[in-house]
Write a protein that binds this ligand. Structure first.
Ligand code: NAD
Ligand code: UDP
Length: 311
């Protein structure tokens, strides 16, 4: 049994991670400021003596005796991270400094939830960890992209300078139950629109691509990476390499929900990456990991969740 801190633990991914860690017999401290997360996501864990929920903002220092830290605190949906861009970059950078400082003091292993946004609008395809990316430093997505890039730098420098045991995961588009109905990301938007019979909002022509991973596969990747020996730091891509256009995603969602929703086209947001697909050779070799849940199965589970939530 380990004592584990999960920042952003009441969010979409964090809530699945807390559940998995509790189910495996660990003590979990879930820390969240509830900006985009919700107590509802961890309601089933409240009352469990091995689970603690703490309202705290990672831009402020936090102290607890823990063995492992998963640092997930940060809004992840473009509309939410752009809502207060300065706060987003503070969360990534000051949150990383505070959690790395804690890891250093208590000699905990620490995993950073980084992102495929590190690669920006990528010029190489699929993306390997050795690619440095094509990121606009002054665009509307920069608060998130550059915040996460700076957090990676901090992780690696705390490792080099102070010997902190770090793990960096570059997460590719992940979806599943516990996404907020107003999250704004594409999978939840399309499912909610389809279930309500509202128009499906395709940004641009819907020809841009993404590769969608079901949340359980990601959590498995987190756990495997955390369990590696101290020489393994990452970054490691964790994502599902099956790539779809946004229009193909919309068509699948409409079919699986038996929806009568029509497509409407809206302006493509600024700096929206045109394509994205992970190269997962490193995760396969290092962790023996690959995604198990493909789009149709994952969408079906997620549609079921939203049907119960909003209908
Ligand atoms: P989410 O918005 O559901 O979860 C983020 C959580 O962090 C929320 O509970 C939120 O309230 C909390 N939070 C935000 N700012 C905070 C602060 N200052 N202090 C404390 N808590 C704070 O999003 P998610 O999809 O679960 O993302 C979790 C992590 O994974 C994020 O770091 C995100 O950048 C990363 N990530 C997610 C994806 C994806 O596709 N879901 C892709 C790449 C990276
Ligand atoms: N998108 C869309 N309609 C929506 C929401 C998003 O067409 O209602 C597009 C968006 O422009 C992007 C892709 O879907 O090209 C993925 O968007 P999301 O916000 O989910 O994630 P990210 O852009 O960060 O990968």
């Amino acid at each position: 049994m380990k004592r584990i801190l999960v920042t952003g633990g009441a969010g979409f991914i964090g809530s699945h991670l807390c559940t998995r860690l509790i189910n495996e017999g660990n003590d979990v401290i879930c820390l969240d400021n509830f900006f985009t997360g919700s107590k509802d996501n961890v309601l089933h864990l409240i009352g469990n003596p091995r689970f603690e929920l703490v309202r705290h903002d990672v831009i402020n220092p936090f102290h607890a005796e823990v063995d492992e830290i998963y640092n997930l605190a940060c809004p992840a949906s473009p509309i939410h991270y752009q809502y207060n861009a300065i706060k987003t970059i503070k969360t990534s950078v000051m949150g990383a400094i505070n959690m790395l400082g804690l890891a250093k003091r208590v000699n905990a292993k620490i995993l950073q939830a980084s992102t495929s946004e590190i690669y920006g609008d990528p010029e190489i395809h699929p993306q390997t960890e050795s690619y440095w990316g094509n990121v606009n430093p002054i665009g509307v997505r920069s608060c998130y992209d550059e915040g996460k890039r700076c957090a990676e730098t901090l992780f690696v420098d705390y490792h080099r300078q102070n010997g902190v045991r770090i793990k960096i995961v570059r997460i590719f588009n992940t979806y599943g139950p516990n996404m907020h109905p107003n999250d704004g990301r594409v999978v939840s938007n399309f499912i909610v629109q389809a279930l309500k019979g509202e128009p499906i909002t395709l940004y641009g022509e819907g020809t841009q691509t993404r590769s969608f991973q079901y949340v359980d596969d990601l959590v498995e990747g987190f756990i495997r990476l955390m369990a590696t020996d101290d020489s393994v730091t990452g970054p490691v891509n964790i994502g599902n390499p099956n790539e779809f256009t946004i229009k193909e995603l919309a068509q699948r969602v409409v079919k699986l929900t038996n929806s009568k929703s029509e497509f409407i086209y809206k302006d493509l947001p600024k700096d929206d990456p045109k394509q994205r697909q992970p190269n997962i050779s490193l995760a396969k070799g290092l962790l023996g990991w690959e995604p198990k849940i493909q789009l149709e199965e994952g969408l079906t589970k997620t549609i079921e969740y939203f049907r119960n939530k909003i209908m």
